[in-house]
Write a protein that binds this ligand. Structure first.
Ligand code: SF4
Length: 257
């Protein structure tokens, strides 16, 4: 399930971005401090103190997240607590991270992939196990073969398992494990289904953008994100490595993958 090379890359991207943002934050602290000592207007001084507090708090949060990424990837110490801190900080820092990423030639998509990767690492550091019926597998609609006549968004088991798309294997996985599987056309419906079915753990298959926003929206719910493959471009006849979905399900139900 783990791909060592991309895990190392995810770690490098996130630590690099956090370090870059910290450096920018420290430069901002210096500039604000300069404003504070050189300006005598009361209003400006109050504004600079507020600004200084905010920027200093962000720098401290980023430093803590940076250390936590290192703890998480070392596998030593309290990796669960470190993971929670990393995700909490990254959830707040993603938008500036996109802007800083752009400056150094990192695409939004690559940062989102790193975020999903580190989120998975955080989930794998957890020890909670769940009953199969409490695990929800969420699939994007684009994974169904575009020429298929079967209506499977309401019930995936309406699939005739002809084998033209990966849904056939996912159905087998559902029957074999007893996990709840839903296919959703988009993020809004995914959130609605999570609200209605109240799963205790989620395996989500999606593109970088949907995975990233989905993981951010689910708060403390453990979500393992699996990227879909797009051999025909976005949103059409996409695929997923069913072995990865099976490993994620196994992790939630048995603690192994
Ligand atoms: S495997 Fe199922 S969903 Fe995919 S094309 Fe065949 S019948 Fe349709």
């Amino acid at each position: 399930m783990y791909d060592e090379k991309s895990m190392r890359e995810d770690k490098g991207i996130l630590t690099g971005l956090l370090a870059l943002m910290m450096a920018a934050g420290l430069a901002a602290v210096t500039a604000v401090l300069y404003l504070l000592v050189t300006n005598e207007h009361l209003f400006v001084r109050i504004a600079t103190i507020v600004l200084l507090t905010l920027v200093a708090a962000s720098v401290i949060a980023m430093a803590a997240a940076l250390v936590s990424v290192l703890v998480l990837y070392s596998g030593r110490g309290n990796t669960e607590a470190a993971g929670r801190l990393v995700i909490m900080t990254l959830n707040k820092m993603l938008v500036p991270a996109f802007a800083f990423g752009k400056l150094i030639g990192l695409s939004r998509e690559r940062i989102q992939r790193a975020y999903a990767g580190i989120n998975n690492r955080v989930v794998f550091a957890g020890k909670q196990r769940f009953k199969p019926e409490d695990v929800l597998v969420l699939l994007p609609h684009c994974i169904q073969y575009s020429g298929c006549k079967h209506r499977i968004t309401g019930d995936i088991y309406n699939c005739a398992q002809c084998g033209r798309c990966t849904v056939a294997d996912i159905v087998k996985l559902g029957r074999g494990t007893g996990v709840n599987i839903k296919m959703v056309p988009g993020g809004t419906l995914a959130r609605k289904i999570i609200k209605e079915t109240r799963p205790k753990a989620v395996v989500a298959v999606a593109c970088e953008n949907d995975l990233c926003s989905g993981i951010r929206d689910t708060g403390l719910l453990p979500v393992i994100g699996i990227l879909n493959e797009r051999p025909h471009g976005p949103c059409r006849d996409t695929r997923v490595d069913v072995g990865k979905v099976a490993s994620a399900v196994k992790f939630f139900t048995d603690g192994r993958y």
